[in-house]
Design a protein around this ligand. Sequence first.
Ligand code: NAD
Length: 246
Amino acid sequence: MNSEKLNILKESIKNAKRIVFFGGAGVSTESGIKDFRSKDGLYNLKSKYGLPYETMLSHSYFRAHTETFYEFYREFMITDAKPNYAHEFLAQLEKDGKDVKIITQNIDGLHQLAGSKKVIELHGSIHRNYCERCGRLYDLSIVKNSTSIPTCPICGGEIKPDVVLYEEPLDERVVTKAMIALQEADLLIVAGTSLKVYPAAMYINYFYGNNIIVINKEKLDVNRKIKLQILGKIGEIFKSLNYFNK
Ligand code: NAD
């Protein structure tokens, strides 16, 4: 790994007062969760259902084929994965007193599991589920333990995961939080995302500074002037910084 680039990354983190880490599915691949667009990502697997998996993650598919949606969702979107070094590194920075806000496109809850408190989930979370009839909230177990469409034990209504499917709008309150965090930051780290999912990808334009560092397995074309791009796996890169070794 290029040690000059790693030094710039390390110094940038040390000197920053307010960091935003903007991440995607690539942040969780080292935990064993597939991303979508890598060679071995979900979208490049042959679908068991005769339809692209991308289509099955849409609101209209969820409405028309709820039972099959859940079959697919339980197999591919729900895992027992644990945080990897990337999640742990960011959580440790926060514990050490750095102002680190995480804006994630992920729905796996691994940043919180690692201990990060300031996590803005643009696309919701598999850990929050609600009854479409009475609005009661449920954790992941209601989906995990069902074999068909999960239903509310109180009113019998169908449960929907609080995740943003294609065709669904993002929660405006969450988007506002993300925009404010970006506007207040003096360092933006963009990592493990193809920046192909909109509108999420365009929010990085709310960062007005020049201090943008991109960490990704494949080269990313970012529509912005960036300070540095590091190619590689995010967890390995953070580990190689030896940041917490005094
Ligand atoms: P994507 O699949 O489109 O792109 C992932 C990017 O991360 C790729 O450019 C890939 O090269 C890179 N990458 C993979 N592993 C990496 C690693 N270890 N280190 C650095 N880079 C790595 O993902 P996206 O841009 O996040 O968009 C997909 C959408 O699907 C998002 O909304 C995302 O939240 C969702 N999704 C979430 C999960 C999850 O919650 N874990 C998993 C799959 C997809």
